[in-house]
Design a protein around this ligand. Structure first.
Ligand SMILES: *[C@@H]1O[C@H](CO)[C@@H](O)[C@H](O)[C@H]1NC(C)=O
Ligand SMILES: *[C@@H]1O[C@H](CO)[C@@H](O)[C@H](O)[C@H]1NC(C)=O
Ligand SMILES: *[C@@H]1O[C@H](CO)[C@@H](O)[C@H](O)[C@H]1NC(C)=O
Length: 243
């Protein structure tokens, strides 16, 4: 029941102590441990995805190509997922307010998730445990784990992400095929399609439109939006090839 002698250290001091602890982390031979490179504030990545623990209970086919558009300044994140041999890509648009829209050309699901978009320092800012060097896809990497959730590989020479494995039941492994810092998607490409926002009955009555009209017009819009996204992706891929 003795009264506390010292007030708790101020937050800033705690942060400085943390930073100091991070910089003095050493390996067995006394060399400082490498620390992860923060993500660029904006990038486009093409990921090859394998659900390595695929079972029929899983939600979709195990092999995908994913275009990831990461946009921290605007606090948003877009995944364009193409399942193997499927003509209809799946979009996943995540906003920092915790709303995500999952949609394809005819369906849409609006989901709430508890945290916002990952910050660029989600790994470099602390909590990463260095797991040494490993070669992945022929690329010499530093490897870190975090919170028993993910194993992350970055190219030792450049700091570019190479691969990450989620330690989940599906065994999702994502391999970075292309990494383009600074590449952003136009604002219009982030807009969820009309069929994510079904009109309620009152609106229908007001506009004097039948459900068939609404359904067909939203279908058209989605078709145009997807062509636009495909065009943009080709343009970006072409531009990236000249880097
Ligand atoms: C996907 O993962 C499974 C399980 O590890 C593996 O057998 C399969 O070869 C992988 N497929 C590809 C295309 O990498
Ligand atoms: C979050 O932001 C998106 C995009 O601006 C918006 O469509 C959505 O309704 C917002 N969600 C909430 C709960 O405010
Ligand atoms: C693979 O998935 C099954 C469920 O489908 C799960 O019981 C098992 O633990 C998973 N294996 C791994 C290594 O995650």
């Amino acid at each position: 029941m003795a009264p506390t002698r010292c007030p708790p250290p101020p937050l800033l001091l705690l942060l400085l102590l943390f930073a100091a602890a991070a910089t003095v982390a050493e390996d067995a031979s006394g060399l400082p441990l490498p620390s992860p490179t923060p993500w660029p504030e904006r990038f486009h990545a093409v990921l090859f995805t394998n659900l390595t623990n695929y079972s029929s209970a899983s939600t979709g086919p195990p092999l995908r190509i994913t275009d990831l558009y990461y946009d921290w300044p605007r606090r948003r994140n877009l995944n364009l997922v193409r399942h193997q041999l499927s003509a209809d890509p799946l979009y996943d648009v995540e906003w920092n307010n915790g709303t995500a829209f999952y949609f394809d050309s005819s369906t849409c699901r609006v989901v709430r998730f508890p945290v916002g978009v990952l910050p660029p320092w989600w790994l470099s800012g602390g909590g990463a445990e260095y797991a040494g060097r490993a070669v992945s896809g022929g690329i010499d990497c530093h490897v870190w784990g975090k919170a028993g959730l993910i194993v992350y590989y970055e190219e030792a020479a450049t700091g570019r992400p190479v691969r990450w494995d989620f330690l989940d039941d599906d065994g999702i492994k994502q391999y970075v095929i292309r990494f383009e810092p600074g590449v952003a998607l136009e604002d219009a490409q982030w807009q969820a399609p009309a069929h994510c926002f079904p009109p309620d009955d009152d609106d229908d009555a007001e506009q004097g439109k039948g459900n068939d009209d609404v359904a067909s017009s939203s279908k058209e819009e989605v078709g145009v939006a997807m062509l636009e996204a495909a065009r943009l992706l080709r343009k970006l891929a072409g531009a990236a090839a000249t880097f």
